[in-house]
Design a protein around this ligand. Structure first.
Ligand code: PEP
Length: 254
């Protein structure tokens, strides 16, 4: 089964609105979305909430994702952003469960599940992040941790729902550290995730779902990852911030 490749930039708390628009314009000038498409590679970015509306206007075919959302449509949830608010600015993708949300803001696989169910009910696409901490990795617990995150995060979803979900395997110890996991580790865990998806949702869903690797992906290592059987692209932080580096990520996929 040939699956598309997805390169998704997670901008975290970086880029003002002006900087975000400038990035989009450079991507457009270079014709990167078209170049990617012709090779089966989808490109996306996840800017701050404040930049979403403008980035969406200047996206020219780039996928535009929120970095999170709330599971309720409205209510007394100070500082949060709801799915209808994202819909209003034309956004229909969201990252969920990034390790920085899990580590600093108490996100759990259970709250991720509520968000994912709400998102798919609104026909959004979800990039669901899973991955173990350094302590868990050193204790040999990677597969136990990832299994819990997958089973809990995706519980009560249907086969139709899972078609809107992308999984990103991001070992926490590799995010923003420059210590990227080897391509063998990425393949081993992405393959394991695919077997869990098969158990839960069947062979067809497992064959179709995109599973990304994330963690210090750079232009000089992207190719090793996407050459793996079960790695269908990357969720990229630092190396997605500059249009030049984003372009190199794309070009080095060929
Ligand atoms: C991320 O933010 O999901 C990430 C993987 O960051 P970096 O590429 O900077 O490690």
């Amino acid at each position: 089964m040939t699956r598309k490749i997805l390169l998704m930039g997670n901008w975290k708390m970086n880029h003002t609105i002006e900087e975000a628009i400038d990035f989009c314009e450079k991507i457009k000038e270079e014709g990167l979305v078209r170049q990617g498409k012709s090779r089966g590679i989808l490109l996306g970015v996840a800017p701050s909430y404040l930049s979403l509306q403008q980035v969406k206007r200047h996206a020219h075919g780039l996928i535009v994702a929120a970095q999170d959302c709330h599971y309720e449509d409205h209510g007394a949830y100070t500082s949060n952003v709801s799915i209808p608010m994202l819909e209003e600015v034309g956004v229909n993708w969201s990252i969920i469960g990034h390790s920085e949300k899990r580590t600093y803001e108490g996100e759990t696989s259970f709250t991720c599940n509520r968000k994912i169910r709400a998102l798919v009910a609104h026909d959004f696409h979800v990039v669901y992040c899973v991955g173990e901490t350094l302590k868990e990795y050193e204790a040999g617990l990677t597969k136990d941790v990832v299994e819990e995150q997958i089973r809990t995060g995706l519980m009560h979803l249907t086969k139709e729902d899972i078609a809107n979900v992308v999984i990103a395997y991001e070992p926490v110890w590799s995010i923003g550290t420059g210590k990227n996991a080897s391509a063998e580790i990425a393949e081993d865990i992405c393959h394991f995730i695919r077997t869990l998806i098969e158990e839960q949702f069947g062979k067809v869903a497992a064959g179709k779902i995109l599973i990304l690797y994330g963690g210090s992906v750079k232009p000089n290592n992207i190719h090793e990852y996407i050459s793996q059987e079960d790695v269908d692209g990357a969720l990229v932080g630092g190396a997605s911030l500059k249009s030049e580096s984003f372009k190199e990520l794309l070009v080095n996929c060929y």
